[in-house]
Design a binder for this molecule. Sequence first.
Ligand SMILES: [Zn+2]
Length: 394
Amino acid sequence: MMNEFDHRVLGEKYNLFSFFKEGPGLPFWLERGLRIKNALIDYWRVVHKENDYEEIQSPILLDKELWKKSGHCDYFEENMYFSSIEKRDFAIKPMSCPGAILVFNQKKRSYAELPLRIAELGHVHRNENSGSLHGLMRARSFMQDDAHIFCRREQLLSEVKKIMQLIFKIMHHCELSDYHFELSLRGVAKKEYLGKDDEWSLAENVLEQALVDLKLPVKKNLGEAKFYGPSLDLHIKDIHGRFWQCSTIQLDFNLPARFEICYFDENGQRQVPFMLHRAIYGSLERFIGILLENFGKELPFWMHPVQYKIVSVSERINDYAVEVGNSLKMKGLHVDLDLSDRPLKEKIKRFHEDFIHSLIILGEDEKARRLISVKRRGRGPQEAVSLENLVRES
Ligand SMILES: [Zn+2]
């Protein structure tokens, strides 16, 4: 049942995103919704640069042979889309991992390059059955903020902890605080899993040690590991009390073996690196769905698609309203102006009905004193600030 906090209702009502019968489960981002997505991407790029990630972009379509080699055709084929061109079979990527491997393998790698962190905002497609589709939360195409980290055994623990710190930083910036990690381990049924016992023990111990070092509770799900390695997953609780898995940190014994990836150590010896997959937002579409259901119109200011609505009290104020609007737009903020001759009361009513963060009301007094009255959603009465201060603090 849909309610007013349902992201599908918000998306349609405020023109954030859309679905069409021509593309079931395939979301279209509209202007306002795309602003949210782009704000998340812009921030992601800044923090990943700070944390020494290299960003790449691999093609959406690659030869089917690659997906046979990676094992996706054995384990994931029913969720994949395929195409054929000039009698050659291609697959549309459901994940970005094999692309990152091709990039790693493109040249001879030295120990001095490790840890090598290759990140990608990959546009992936997965065929979910139609009954399980759920707006942005479960879609057939989405953007995944993937990264693959190639490192040495002794770098593994610090890399896992760095990823966890990055997860905390990003969740904090997104104003999300209700989440916890869960460990997915191999459990007793060992025979279905790839990789050697000592590698599994090492990998499972590293993930658990990272939780212990960061003083976090250890919740183990035995038998929940992927066939290729254990993982540490972040579960975010939404406003309805449902948990959604977003961030994930996974160790992989499968792809390094299948693609025979290697680096050369200090002695010129060939070594197999450890490979970590990780995503922080997970699917950006799902992450935005969770944000919308949690915050509704009160999305954090920095990612809000309409940060200010400016209304003028009368036509005589319109020149000042345009000046204020331009100053805020110059800072990259999203600003709507209402310079119509509608009564102020109606302009304010429209603000409350729309998907807008803060309201700026400009009258004779504000114009004369070059002040701005700001009414912020979810906060008390209006505040009066100077234009310079507002631009600086926004
Ligand atoms: Zn991956």
